[in-house]
Design a protein around this ligand. Structure first.
Ligand code: FES
Length: 174
């Protein structure tokens, strides 16, 4: 099995564990954030059907669950891609052309910031500062940093990760 950035699992065992964990907190509305953490840890995101289950079991409204998910930026409602592209839109990057880089990423991948490609390969995320302003505009792909980005560099970088994913799946015999 190839290594992915995030542990994403939709296996029955994970859902069983989640079910038991939620059940353990039946009626305990104060455990909401902790329970959501657990789900996120197990699945890499908090699916809609699990949000409903959490709300029913803990005795909170679905909007409370949704509110917690949107308030804490670490929670996600959808699985992230194998490669998470974080494109900085902080001031230093912004003035040096980060919006054009973002627009090119969206165009090349056919998705908007915050979304994941249908093949599960790429997610685009917008961040406010990656702490590497001297390299502005900056984006990261998982742990790799790409500094002094231009929109023209985008296709080659995406192709590099596509090829990497392809090579890894061949090694894994996918
Ligand atoms: S503003 Fe982009 S890295 Fe700091």
């Amino acid at each position: 099995m190839t290594e992915h950035t995030e542990h994403k699992c939709d296996c029955a065992e994970a859902y069983l564990d989640i079910e038991q964990h939620i059940e353990k907190h039946r009626g305990d509305s104060g455990a909401l954030v902790q329970v959501l953490h657990y789900v996120q840890e197990r699945l890499g995101y908090v699916p809609k059907e699990v949000q409903v289950r959490v709300a029913e079991t803990l005795g909170v409204s679905l909007s409370d669950v949704y509110g917690a998910i949107t308030f804490y930026s670490l929670f996600r409602e959808r699985p992230r891609g194998r490669y998470v592209i974080s494109i900085c839109q902080g001031t230093a990057c912004y003035v040096r052309g980060a919006p054009e880089v973002l627009a090119r990423l969206e165009k090349e991948l056919g998705i908007k910031a915050g979304d994941t490609t249908d093949d599960g390969l790429f997610t685009i995320e917008v961040v406010r500062c990656l702490g590497a302003c001297g390299l502005a505009p900056v984006m990261t792909v998982n742990k790799d940093t790409h500094g002094r980005m231009t929109e023209d560099k985008v296709p080659a970088i995406l192709n590099f990760y596509r090829a990497q994913a392809e090579a890894e799946s061949q090694v894994a015999g996918d």
